[in-house]
Design a protein around this ligand. Structure first.
Ligand SMILES: [Zn+2]
Length: 405
């Protein structure tokens, strides 16, 4: 990956020129993240020869992070900048983190800039043939103890990325209402064999086109669909299952985000759980997020659905433009966008959902839209005569357009 070797002022000037020429829309490079756990599902449109492009020791490239200013945490050997999106400049590239620092309110808008927290969310596609281990993310309080943000997340399964639903299209979520803290503690204390912890869980069949809201501290394992996940800018978790998808999960991943002085203390993990939410008998109603059509959509050929709308930390929409249609896409907040189907124009840029991506190559499918451009409306055109153009957008906290604030 190239970065301009120039002075900070030249870099800032080139960034501003890039933003101007893009009418407030920045193009992003694909951001691949390897994981050593689990088997790739082959649905990210990454060339089959490139799944282990970083070397087998780093694991398969099973995740593509989107409009991310979040550093991936793959242990002590994680390269600096892994997980952070890069902006394609008129000349060279720049980490999105740096672009947000330089542009501030001119890109993320005055509301987020005033909060002083940068771009506090990101999205990802993750793609596992089997199931991820049963895990939780930290709330803001527990994350603060290790200098991080909490990890609320929402999941949506795009039909375009799910030609198959993997080996186990079942979501484990929460615990059965009768489970006691003692029973939970006994399972997480047993990492010397298969602790079968999902026997304590509730399970739901999942299918493409549906979504779920997962607050911090709620146990989950999202099944084997290729998943669009929107979340707080954080890569914190505690894996509570010792064997998942026939693969051992190292106990170190249970303690990864526990402060050193509490490692080995299972009660600390129990305290990280939202016990009431985990044992709620009404889990389905509480966490299932069926897509919510935007009823105020204003242009022929344009339809929009909220696909993440229950979290105070972020939201997401799916936008579909009919074949041959042109419409302004208007939103009151900055966002990251990814095309999952079709081709056309997005502002002044070509847009195309790729069929096959080589590791390290640019694509025409990913953007960061400044609040100014979003508010004015990004003109979008579908050049196909047969196929819809489908984009997913993820927003930061408190999008003013959210139907459920
Ligand atoms: Zn998760």
């Amino acid at each position: 990956m190239t970065t301009m070797a120039t002075t900070p002022s030249t870099r800032a000037r080139t960034l501003r020129q890039t933003l101007d020429e893009g009418h407030g829309v920045l193009r992003l490079m694909p951001t691949w993240v390897p994981r050593t756990f689990s088997t790739p599902g082959h649905r990210l449109r990454l060339h089959p020869d490139d799944h282990y492009a970083l070397g087998p020791g780093r694991g398969a490239l099973t995740e593509r992070w989107l409009a991310s200013t979040t550093q991936a945490d793959n242990g002590p050997d994680t390269p600096d900048g892994e997980g952070i999106s890069r902006v394609l400049l008129l000349d060279g590239q720049m980490p999105l983190t740096e672009a947000v620092d330089i542009l501030g309110a001119d890109v993320i808008g005055p509301r987020l800039a005033a909060a002083g927290d940068g771009w506090p969310v990101y999205a990802k596609f993750y793609d596992y043939q089997g199931a991820l281990p049963f895990h939780i993310h930290l709330n803001d309080t527990h994350a603060a103890a290790i200098g991080q943000r909490g990890g609320a997340e929402a999941l949506y399964f795009p039909p375009e990325l799910n030609p198959h639903t993997g080996k186990r299209p079942i979501m484990f979520l929460g615990l059965q209402p009768h489970v006691t803290p003692k029973e939970f503690l006994a399972r997480i204390a047993d990492f010397s064999s298969d602790n079968h912890i999902t026997e304590l869980s509730q399970a739901f069949r999942v299918r493409p086109g549906t979504g779920w809201n997962i607050p911090p501290g709620v146990l989950h394992a999202a099944g084997s669909l290729c998943t669009y996940e929107v979340e707080q800018a954080s890569d914190t978790y505690a894996m509570c299952e010792s064997v998942a998808d026939d693969q051992p999960v190292p106990e170190s991943l249970l303690w990864k985000d526990v402060p050193p002085e509490h490692r080995g203390n299972h009660q600390y993990i129990l305290d990280m759980l939202d016990w009431q939410a985990n044992t709620d008998p009404d889990t389905l109603r509480r966490h299932h997020n069926p897509p919510l059509p935007v009823t105020s959509t204003r242009h022929d050929g344009l339809s929009e659905r909220w696909i993440a709308y229950s979290s105070p930390f972020f939201s997401a929409k799916e936008v579909t433009l009919a074949p041959g249609a042109t419409a302004p896409l208007t939103d009151p907040a900055a966002y990251g966008a990814i095309a999952v189907r079709g081709h056309g124009r997005f502002g002044p840029h070509p847009v195309a959902a790729p069929t096959l991506i080589r590791f390290g190559n640019p694509t025409e499918d990913e953007f960061f839209v400044s609040e100014t451009a979003a508010t004015a409306g990004v003109p979008v055109t579908n050049h196909s005569t047969t196929e819809p153009l489908v984009l997913l957008q993820h927003f930061g906290p408190a999008n003013p357009a959210l139907p459920i604030p």
